[in-house]
Design a protein around this ligand. Sequence first.
Ligand SMILES: Cc1cc2nc3c(=O)[nH]c(=O)nc-3n(C[C@H](O)[C@H](O)[C@H](O)COP(=O)(O)OP(=O)(O)OC[C@H]3O[C@@H](n4cnc5c(N)ncnc54)[C@H](O)[C@@H]3O)c2cc1C
Length: 393
Amino acid sequence: MDFSLTPRQQELAARARAFVDEVLLPLEQVTDDHGELPMELREGIRQKVRDWGFAGINHSKENGGLGLSMLEQTAIEEQLGRVTNGLWSCVWRPPVSLKFGTEAQRERWLRPSCRGHRRGAFAISEEGAGSDPRQVRTRAVKHGGEWLLTGVKWFVTSYNASDFVIVHAHVDDDPDRPTLFIVDKPVVNMAHLRSPKFMHNFAFDHAELEFNETPVPEEAMLGGIGQGFELTKDWFVEARLQIASHAVGAACRAAEVANDYAAGRQQFGRPIRDFQSIEFMLADMAVEIFAAKSMLYRVAWEIDQGLDRKLVHAHASALKLHCSEMAGRVIDKALQILGGRGYMRENPVERLYRDIRVDRIWEGTSEIQRVIIAGQIKKRGLGVFADIGGASS
Ligand SMILES: Cc1cc2nc3c(=O)[nH]c(=O)nc-3n(C[C@H](O)[C@H](O)[C@H](O)COP(=O)(O)OP(=O)(O)OC[C@H]3O[C@@H](n4cnc5c(N)ncnc54)[C@H](O)[C@@H]3O)c2cc1C
């Protein structure tokens, strides 16, 4: 087995780290103070993402992206995970489902999104539909030559940075016909109800939207009727890898801050790292990161090798579960090592502590990941995860 990164992968990781240090870290405090990235800074950051060569990191060259492998994307995302306040989302990842669009749809929405001239938000969750998307109440009804969408969506991330929203709706209220519709902004009969505050401060908002017979032309239906989940499946895999990468990056940054602090902070006449309780926390943090990072790179590599899609889904769930929970434990320890300073909002570890919590909730909660993993074990055997007994696909 060869676990070394190629020179190309190393270069991408180093460039991403430099981008984070030079461009994103200086925005952390202003974003936290302001509650989100101030509007007047947004265009400048978009241009910097292009200048540094990170426009369209998750799409093929044919679709206007950079054509990076999953391992290469992981090397970048891990570095982006070091930054707080969701500023990693300044480096856009156009929705994966768009790659399944027609040539005309890809030309209209995907390629400009890769270049950063357009941006899409994704709206599936509702008041009554979270882990169980069959509870979605937003419906799409055909009227004349167009679709009319009616319903209320919650938690639409980056709505105020987007100029279109991909809406998951049930055709004729039928949960067996989940379908995706691309809604361009501005549009009649769609209202932005509010953008509530959350535990983290995030670069962009998480909006609630009301659709009231919002008209969508036929050519803005993505895929076929009933294909809503099928088109979103790949996106879940990608999102789970992205979260895992961010979690590893966040844990690394917290550990670095805590390690430096433990070396410099003197109490009782010696550096606090000389107390075994502190030293053991650092040891546990390092081991947690070591294990999670090994898993992360393995799953990214498996995807690049073309591992069976079902196994990829299973491994992405396990990875997201492990890395998001690992980061919570590591950052909690880092905060403890920093004492009162770790509890101050101006300290990155305090912000990481707030930021990382949502990783156990969005893109499938930890409980839902366990449901998926347990289901795979029941269906295909433990070999899916333990490489024993030959997993069946
Ligand atoms: C900051 C933020 C941004 C988000 N961005 C978006 C977005 O851009 N677009 C979008 O569509 N959605 C978005 N979401 C929604 C997110 O995907 C949901 O919050 C998530 O899927 C969980 O749904 P829920 O909050 O309704 O919780 P629920 O599904 O109501 O779950 C509540 C609790 O019950 C548990 N539970 C539920 N079902 C089971 C089960 N079968 N077995 C065991 N336990 C179970 C859950 O794990 C959880 O602990 C976002 C959420 C947040 C917080």
